[in-house]
Design a protein around this ligand. Structure first.
Ligand code: HEM
Length: 458
């Protein structure tokens, strides 16, 4: 497949380069109404203008980039010229995660990343494998043959339990103590069906926004209390919070309570729903592709032969890994990345003024026929080593890239494989008749009304 392209000749200075084409939209609102009405359709249609497309959202100039080389330029090679987009600096995200890793910039981000990194070293996260398998086994222990379940809800619940255990060494399962139940409240504001419009309008005093702010206040109290309790008791409890509390910089400085709170909330936001979504979409895709499902089961039978998986099995669960990869290609939980240009620059031969908002969509580029044969087909077998090596680096970027690359990528990959293997050993999941699955592109790519499936023992 030819995946190169003719690059327009770059002009000597960015300011002489032309502006890219793009939809004009409404004289006042720009493309906002169309974008809000049909987000995924709109970002797909814009691709028809070319690899670099410009438009206006109200008073903001936005660029959509579709080519892997241009995406690489923004998130990696010239990352210094970009900060996170306005959406991530909105009051909504500020209230939720403050200046945590996802949202902070410059020196503050560098320091926090340095301090948080050891919590994600392979050795440390390997110790979470057992928690992931135990919690999954416990989840499915109550499943009954033939019953219909909302698998998305189950996966959200499971990844919540896993993240709370690995983050705070606390339990949110049904039989947990009162403290555990209170901690499960943390998830409430994250569960809001916030769309981009909702996020941008967060200052409006709607009842949904009032509820969001009330929940956020409640959570703050819980998280600060957990931090205070942990500071008082000291010691390494084996969780991520212990690592963050112990972390200190070269000059001996450590995170204060506000920084800890912001990082805890960030890990919660970034790590819980994304993983649940990958799992939900993987079950959906497996159910729709029985040949792939058979291969999946064959690998489990061969590698595990009926026992629960452990970390040692991971290198041999190759097909599970390919399923995870292909699911994130077709249904990337983070379906777009956003940046803002701090100085004028040139991208793909086009002029990009300072303050432009730049968006790159996994949803579109990961389905681009220039890079993926039969792009709409769920085909985990495509992920051979040879294919992976031949792919332009940013044709596939579910975890982002460059310095802001997802810190939880190994944690998530491990969790997805272990959960798939644990459940796949015991159950087949089939799409419930009379339930149609549709997409809701909110903060992440959600199933609008869940994914209803029938469970059958294998
Ligand atoms: C399938 C699961 C996951 C997906 C698809 C995913 C995706 C992403 C993406 C695309 C970014 C880059 C955002 C940007 O550049 O603007 C990111 C960053 C981040 N992710 Fe993940 N993530 C996943 C799981 C996790 C987990 C499990 C954790 C933690 C427990 C986590 C923590 C973070 C953090 C802290 C950042 C910010 C890193 C920084 O800027 O330094 N993620 N993630």
């Amino acid at each position: 497949m030819n995946n190169t392209r003719e690059l327009p000749i770059r002009s000597a200075s960015a300011s002489r380069a032309p502006l890219p084409p793009g939809p004009k939209g409404n004289p006042i609102l720009g493309v906002m109404p169309e974008f809000n009405r049909d987000t995924l359709g709109f970002i797909e249609r814009c691709r028809n203008y070319g690899d670099v497309v410009s438009m206006r959202f109200l008073y903001l100039t936005a660029y959509f980039l579709y080519h892997p080389d241009d995406i690489e330029y923004v998130v990696s090679t010239n990352a210094r010229n970009f900060i996170k987009s306005r959406t991530l600096r909105s009051p909504f995200f500020q209230r939720l995660v403050g200046n945590g890793l996802l949202t902070s910039e410059h020196e503050e981000w560098k320091r926090q990343r340095r301090l948080a990194q050891p919590a994600f070293h392979r050795q440390r996260i390997n110790s979470y494998g057992e928690v992931m398998v135990d919690y999954t086994a416990r989840t499915i222990a109550g499943w009954k043959s033939g019953e219909e379940r909302d698998i998305h809800r189950d996966m959200m619940r499971l990844t919540l339990e896993i993240v709370v255990k690995t983050l705070f060494n606390a339990d949110v399962s049904a039989d947990a103590d009162k403290g555990g139940r209170v901690r499960s409240q943390i998830v409430k504001p994250f569960a809001s069906q916030a769309t981009l419009k909702w996020i941008m309008d967060n200052r409006l005093p709607t009842s949904a926004h009032r509820r969001f702010n009330r929940d956020a206040n409640e959570i703050d109290q819980i998280v600060y209390r957990i931090i205070a309790e942990r500071r008082a008791s000291g010691g390494d409890q084996g969780d991520l919070l212990s690592m963050l509390l112990q972390a200190h910089d070269d000059d001996g400085s450590q995170m204060n309570d506000k920084q800890l709170r912001d990082e805890v909330m960030t890990l919660f936001l970034a790590g819980h729903e994304t993983t649940a979504l990958t799992l939900s979409w993987a079950w959906y895709l497996l159910a729709k592709n029985p040949d792939t499902e058979r291969k999946f089961h064959a690998e489990l039978d061969e590698v595990l032969g009926g026992r629960l998986p452990t970390m040692d099995d991971l290198p041999r669960l190759r097909y599970c890994e390919m399923i995870a990869k292909e699911s994130m290609r077709l249904y990337p939980p983070a379906y777009g990345l956003g940046r803002e240009a701090t100085a004028e620059c040139e991208i793909g031969g086009f002029r990009v003024p300072a303050k432009s908002q730049i968006f790159m969509f996994q949803w579109v580029t990961q389905r681009d026929p220039r890079f993926f044969a039969e792009p709409e087909r769920f085909n985990p077998d495509r992920w051979t080593e040879e294919f992976s090596n031949s792919l332009p680096k940013y044709a596939y970027f579910p975890f982002g890239g460059g310095p802001r690359f997802c810190i939880g990528n190994s944690f998530a990959t491990m969790e997805i494989i272990l959960v798939l293997a644990t459940i796949g050993q015991r159950f087949r999941l089939m799409l419930a008749p009379n339930h149609s699955v549709s997409l809701l592109p909110a903060m992440s790519l959600r199933p609008r009304d869940g994914i209803r499936m029938n469970v059958a023992p294998r």
